[in-house]
Ligand binder design. Structure first.
Ligand code: NAP
Length: 309
């Protein structure tokens, strides 16, 4: 029987792991398919306090894991396939194996949102990607025109990163101004290699017949005019979808799938707590996720203390 099972090893999960480990609860921390979470796919993190020069996203997560393990957290590579929250202890199936838990901290994060085009799914990994730091340096993208879709911080970050490799980066955004933070937006638009394509949406990624990306068909949302931009890669950076399907019907989710906590980090199921991007569509920062992980750990610890009195 586990006292605490933490689902997810992003900033929220690993901070919850650190705090529950230091409370002598020896948490079992399950990585899912992306150990370290989405931050491992980012390049330099410049806004996590304590790192004035910035820190590589992968390194930050590796350090967080080491810190949690130092105090007894058990990080296990594994994916939760099902959960039963209908009675305590809670039951989980992790890679086919049963696990019982007195408390669960859901820190399952969010995945990349897709454009939803058929050509997008057919050309995924054949030029369509969701991660510039993972794929940007591939030979197929070197000295080629590349496309980034989106107008938020992620799109700006991806576009800026890709200028290292690309001949030009088209930043295609559906509006006429960026949603990104001021500093990121200014840096992006000042980069001579980045060409914004405003008020435009991608309607098709070419060329499915050739089984590789050769361009995008783009529509101006105001005039309806279409054009084709030649490119060797399409980097989609249009936000995220929370990884909460597993809990549908068991705890409260909003219409977009984000967990709605009842009070603090507590969900409507006593003993089940939530932290990080799977419950936050407002702030979604590494530091806020870490703070939410800390809060969930303290709430879980207090719940267990009351339970075992
Ligand atoms: P985001 O802020 O939600 O931005 C998503 C962008 O994609 C928006 O510009 C949106 O357009 C566009 N979009 C959404 N659905 C679309 C669709 N179907 N077709 C075309 N465009 C679509 O997401 P994000 O950029 O991934 O950022 C998420 C959070 O992480 C934010 O809080 C951000 O600050 C944070 N973040 C921070 C950093 C950093 O500080 N270094 C880096 C990355 C991310 P509209 O603008 O029209 O809605």
């Amino acid at each position: 029987m586990e006292k605490v099972v933490i689902i997810g090893t992003g900033c929220a999960g690993l901070t919850a792991a650190l705090y529950t480990a230091r409370a002598n609860l020896a948490p079992l921390v399950l990585t899912g398919t992306m150990p370290g979470g989405l931050l491992t796919t980012t390049s330099i993190v410049e806004n996590f306090p304590g790192f004035p020069e910035g820190i590589d996203g992968y390194e930050l997560m590796t350090r967080m894991q080491k810190q949690a393990e130092r105090f007894g957290a058990r990080v296990q590579f594994g994916t939760v396939e099902s959960v039963d929250l209908s009675r305590s202890p809670f039951k989980l199936t992790v890679d086919g194996e049963p696990v019982e838990a007195q408390t669960i901290i859901i820190a399952s994060g969010a995945g990349h949102r897709h454009l939803g085009l058929e050509s997008e799914s057919l050309l995924e990994k054949k030029g369509v990607t969701y991660c510039a730091t993972c794929d940007g340096a591939l030979p197929m993208f070197r000295n080629q025109p590349l496309v980034v879709v989106g107008g938020g911080d992620s799109a700006c970050e991806e576009a800026t990163y890709l200028t290292r490799f690309a001949s030009v980066v088209y930043l295609i955004h559906r509006r006429d101004s960026l949603r990104a933070s001021k500093i990121m937006a200014e840096r992006t638009l000042a980069n001579p290699k980045i060409k914004p394509v405003w008020n435009s949406v991608v309607t098709e990624i070419l060329d499915v017949k050739k089984d590789t990306v050769t361009g995008v068909r783009v529509k101006d949302v105001n005039t309806g005019a279409e054009q084709v931009l030649d490119c060797a890669g399409v980097f989609v950076a249009i936000g995220h979808v929370p990884n909460t399907q597993l809990f549908n019907g068991m705890i409260d989710l909003d219409e977009n799938g984000y967990v709605i906590p009842k009070e603090g980090s507590a969900t409507k199921v006593p003993g089940v707590f939530v932290a990080g991007d799977c419950s936050d569509h407002v702030y979604r920062q590494a530091i806020t996720a870490a703070g939410m992980g800390c809060a969930a750990a303290i709430d879980a610890e207090r719940y267990l203390a009351a339970l075992n009195q």
